[in-house]
Design a protein around this ligand. Structure first.
Ligand code: ADP
Length: 735
C-alpha cells in the first residue's frame, strides 16, 4: 500500500519550514492531545494529527481516507455545528476564530481556526470536557446555593405554615421549571392532606385535590404515607400507576410528576406535588436537588409550626391571665359577653360569637366580634338577615350533642350542612375556615354555646387550643350566668321598688284628697251645731255629735294612712337630737289622761335615771309612745293597769309600755307589725283603728336607728319596747 504523495499532504507546505523540520513537527503534533487539522485553500484536509485520527476511529470512521477530502466529506457529523460555522468564517473572512461546543453530553470541545498565508487553514480543537463539567457543576452549585439562600430568606419572613407553603411552591416552580404544583399540609388528626398553596391548577380542577385522604391511593398520598419521593418520569407511567390522575392531568398537560414528602425531625408535615411539561431528567443529581429543597422546606414548616404553637401557647396564657379580672369586673351582661370575645379575637381566632339560650328556649346571638371590618360586616349581615332565627349548623349540633365540635367549612362542605341557599351563599363569602363550637353550662344547665372561627383552608384548632377554649368557656359561662342573675334580680328589685313607690304615692294622694271633704264635713257640722242655720232639737244635736265623732275617726284613719305612705315613700324627715328618756316619759300622761279616765285604768311610771339620754327625733318618739299607750288602753279591760319605765345599756335605751290586757297570740307577734293587720278585729269595736299604728311606729323607730319589740302572754298582758340609740358624748359628731 503506497502512502499518499507527501509533497502535497504534509507539513513542509508550512511557509519557511524545511523538510526535516516538517517531519519533526508532525511527530510532535502526533503526541499532543489536541486535535490538529490542516486544510488547503479548497477546504480539503491536508494533514491531521493522531488525536484527530483516534477520534475518527472512535466514531467508526477511517482516518486514512480523510486526506484530500473536504471538511464535510470527512466529518459529516459536524454539519450545522458551531465548529463548522466558525471554521468556514475563518476560511472566508481570513480571520482567526474561536468557539466552544458540546458534541455529545460528555464531550466538550474548544476549537480555534487560524487562516494561513497560502489560503489554507489550521484548526485546533482541545477536549475541555473535564473543565467544562467542573465549571458547569460549579455554576449549578452556585445557582442552587443562590436558590437556597433565596428560599431561606423567604422562609425567614414566613411565620405561618400556610406562608411557608406559598414560599415553597413559588420557589419550587422556579427552581425546577415545573408548570404546576400543589403544596399540602398534613392534618394528622383527620388523616388528610390539605392543599395550602397551588399553582397551574384552576380552582375547579384543584377542588377534588384540595383535600386528599392519606389512604386515598393517590400519588401525593402514597408519597407522604410512605415518606418517600415518588417520580413519574412520563405521563404513561403516571396513568398506569395512578389511573385516578387522568382527569386532573387532562387539564394540566403535565408530562411528568414528582411527589415529595415534607419530613422534618422524623415528623411528617405534608408534601409537594410538581408537574413538568417536558421530560425532566429526574437523574440522581436533580433528585438530590429536589429532595434537599424539600427537606429545607420541611424544616421551615416545622419551625413555623413550632413558632405558631409557641405563639398560641403564649396567647392562651395571656388570655387566661386576663380572663379573671376582665370577666368579673363588669356586672353588665352585654359588656361581659363582649369581653369574653375580646379575649380571643383577633389574637386567638379570626372571629367569634356567643349564642345564648333564652328562658323560653329560643336561641339568641348575644355577641359577635370579627378581627377585621370585613368579618364584622359579614357577621352583621347574617345577623340582620336571620335576626329571629339564626341557627348556625355548628351551634345547633353542639347544643344537641352537648359536646365540643370542630367543623371545616368550605365550598365542598357547605352543601352538606342542610342550610338554605341564602345562608349558604353568605357562609361561602367567609372563604374556607374552621369553626370550633363549645357548649356552655351554668348550674348544671346548658345556657348556650361559644362559636369561634379561624380562616384559611388549612386552618385548624389543635387539641391544646380546644382544651384551652373549653376551660375558658367554663369561666365565661359562670360570668354570663352571674351577670344574668344579677340583671334579673336587679330588674325584680327595681320593679318591686317601683310598685311600692307607686302604691305609697297613691295612698298619699288619696289620703290628701279625702282630707279636704272631711274637713268640709267637720266645718259644716260645727256650723249646724252652733245653730247658725237655725235652732236644732236635742235629737238633731245628738246626730251631729255622731257625725262629728265619725268624721274625727275617719280623719285619724286617713292621717294614719297618709303618714304611713309618707314614711314608706321616704318623704318624712327626722331631726335627731339628744333626748332625755325621763323628759319624754313624763310628758306622756297628760295626753293619755282622757283615755285612762274613760277606761278607769291605772297608770304608773318608774322614775328613770337622768343619764338615760337617747339620740332621737322628739316629736316622732312621742308619736310612737302615744301609739303604744293608746293600744295598751284599747286592749286592756276596764280597771286594768299600764306601766311605763326606761332602762339602757352602752348602746341603746329601751322604753317599755306594759299592760295587763288581753295579750297577743304567740304566732301573731310578728304579724301585728305588718300594715293593716288587726288580731282582735272581731273582739273589739268595729271601728277602732286601721291596723297601721304599729307598722308606722316601727318604721319610725327603724328610721331613727332603733326598733320596736313585743312580749306578750295571752290573757295576761303585753309589753311593747321602743329601743333607740343611746346618746354618747361623741355620737352627735359621728352623725
Ligand atoms: P290598730 O291598733 O289600729 O288596730 P295597730 O297596728 O296599732 O293597729 O295594732 C295592730 C293590732 O295589734 C291590733 O289590732 C291588736 O290586735 C294588736 N295589738 C296592738 N297592741 C296591743 C296590745 N297592747 N295588746 C293586745 N293587742 C295589741
Amino acid at each position: 500500500m503506497s502512502s499518499p504523495p507527501a509533497a502535497d499532504h504534509s507539513l513542509p507546505r508550512l511557509e519557511g519550514a524545511t523538510r526535516h523540520e516538517g517531519v519533526a513537527l508532525e511527530k510532535a503534533l502526533d503526541v499532543v492531545s489536541d486535535v490538529f487539522v490542516l486544510f488547503d485553500k479548497d477546504f480539503r484536509i491536508v494533514y491531521h494529527n493522531e488525536a484527530n485520527k483516534a477520534a475518527m476511529r472512535a466514531a467508526g470512521m477511517n482516518p486514512d481516507a480523510a486526506i484530500g477530502k473536504t471538511i464535510l466529506e470527512a466529518l459529516p457529523q459536524i454539519a450545522g455545528s458551531v465548529g463548522e460555522r466558525e471554521t468556514r468564517r475563518a476560511m472566508k473572512d481570513r480571520v482567526a476564530t474561536e468557539w466552544e461546543e458540546s458534541y455529545h453530553p460528555d464531550v466538550r470541545l474548544h476549537g480555534r481556526a487560524f487562516p494561513l498565508e497560502d489560503g489554507g487553514l489550521i484548526v485546533v480543537a482541545s477536549n475541555v470536557s473535564a473543565e467544562w463539567r467542573a465549571r458547569e457543576d460549579a455554576r449549578l452549585a452556585a445557582e442552587r446555593a443562590t436558590r437556597f439562600e433565596a428560599v431561606t430568606a423567604d422562609f425567614r419572613k414566613a411565620l405561618r405554615p400556610e406562608e411557608v407553603a406559598h414560599v415553597t411552591l413559588s420557589q419550587a416552580l422556579d427552581a425546577f421549571h415545573a408548570i404546576a404544583g400543589i403544596v399540602y399540609l398534613l392534618d394528622e388528626s383527620a388523616g388528610v392532606l390539605r392543599a395550602a398553596a397551588h399553582h397551574g391548577v384552576a380552582v375547579s380542577e384543584a377542588l377534588p385535590w384540595s383535600e386528599v385522604p392519606l389512604e386515598s391511593g393517590r400519588l401525593i398520598a402514597d408519597a407522604v404515607r410512605m415518606r418517600e419521593p415518588y417520580y413519574m418520569p412520563t405521563r404513561e407511567v403516571l396513568l398506569e400507576r395512578y389511573p385516578v390522575a387522568r382527569e386532573v392531568n387532562k387539564a394540566i398537560k403535565a408530562e411528568a410528576w414528582a411527589a415529595i414528602p415534607l419530613v422534618s425531625e422524623g415528623r411528617t408535615l405534608g408534601g409537594i406535588c410538581l408537574g413538568f411539561d417536558s421530560d425532566p431528567a429526574f437523574d440522581a443529581d436533580q433528585r438530590m436537588f429536589i429532595e434537599t429543597f424539600a427537606a429545607q422546606c420541611a424544616q421551615a414548616m416545622d419551625r413555623a409550626r413550632l413558632y405558631q404553637e409557641a405563639q398560641l401557647a403564649d396567647e392562651r396564657l395571656r388570655i387566661l391571665a386576663h380572663a379573671a379580672d376582665r370577666l368579673i369586673v363588669p356586672l353588665d351582661l352585654d359588656l361581659r359577653l363582649r369581653r369574653v370575645l375580646a379575649l380571643m379575637v383577633p389574637s386567638f381566632c379570626d372571629w367569634g360569637a356567643i349564642y345564648l339560650l333564652e328562658p323560653a328556649g329560643a336561641l339568641r346571638r348575644a355577641a359577635v366580634q370579627g378581627a377585621t371590618k370585613e368579618f364584622e360586616d359579614l357577621l352583621g349581615e347574617i345577623g340582620n338577615a336571620y335576626s329571629k332565627d339564626l341557627r348556625p349548623p355548628a351551634v345547633v349540633r353542639v347544643l344537641k350533642e352537648d359536646t365540643t365540635i370542630t367543623m371545616k367549612v368550605d365550598a365542598s362542605s357547605i352543601p352538606t350542612l342542610g342550610i338554605d341557599e341564602r345562608y349558604a351563599s353568605m357562609l361561602a363569602r367567609f372563604g374556607p375556615h374552621v369553626v370550633l363550637a363549645v357548649p356552655m353550662h351554668a348550674r348544671g344547665t346548658q345556657i348556650g354555646a361559644l362559636l369561634l372561627g379561624r380562616q384559611g383552608s388549612s386552618a385548624a384548632f389543635s387539641p391544646a387550643d380546644i382544651g384551652f377554649i373549653v376551660d375558658l368557656a367554663i369561666r365565661a359561662a359562670g360570668a354570663i350566668d352571674n351577670a344574668r342573675l344579677f340583671a334579673s334580680e336587679h330588674a325584680a328589685r327595681s320593679a318591686a321598688e317601683e310598685a311600692n313607690r307607686a302604691k305609697s304615692d297613691f295612698l298619699a294622694a288619696m289620703s290628701h284628697e279625702l282630707r279636704t271633704p272631711l274637713n268640709a264635713i267637720a266645718g259644716y257640722t260645727e256650723l249646724l251645731s252652733l245653730g247658725i242655720r237655725g235652732p236644732l232639737n236635742e235629737q238633731q244635736h245628738e246626730d251631729l255629735r255622731r257625725i262629728a265623732r265619725n268624721q274625727a275617726h275617719l280623719l285619724s284613719i286617713i292621717n294614719d294612712i297618709l303618714s304611713f305612705a309618707r314614711i314608706e315613700a321616704g318623704y318624712v324627715d327626722f331631726t335627731l337630737e339628744p333626748l332625755a328618756a325621763r323628759e319624754v316619759i313624763e310628758g306622756l300622761e297628760q295626753f293619755m289622761a282622757p283615755q285612762l279616765a274613760e277606761r278607769q285604768l291605772r297608770f304608773s311610771l318608774r322614775r328613770c335615771d337622768a343619764s338615760l339620754v337617747m339620740l332621737a327625733d322628739r316629736d316622732k318618739t312621742q308619736q310612737v309612745l302615744l301609739n303604744l299607750l293608746t293600744n295598751a288602753a284599747k286592749f286592756t279591760a276596764i280597771g286594768g293597769e299600764i306601766h311605763v319605765h326606761a332602762d339602757g345599756d352602752d348602746a341603746t335605751i329601751g322604753i317599755h309600755v306594759t299592760d295587763t290586757g288581753i295579750g297577743i297570740p304567740n304566732d301573731r307577734l310578728d304579724a301585728i307589725f305588718e300594715p293593716f293587720v288587726q288580731v282582735h278585729r272581731s273582739l273589739t269595736h268595729p271601728v277602732s283603728g286601721t291596723g297601721l299604728g304599729l307598722s308606722i311606729s316601727r318604721d319610725i323607730a327603724r328610721k331613727m336607728g332603733g326598733d320596736i319589740g313585743v312580749k306578750s302572754a295571752l290573757g295576761q298582758g303585753s309589753t311593747f319596747t321602743l329601743v333607740l340609740p343611746r346618746h354618747n358624748a361623741d355620737s352627735l359628731e359621728q352623725k
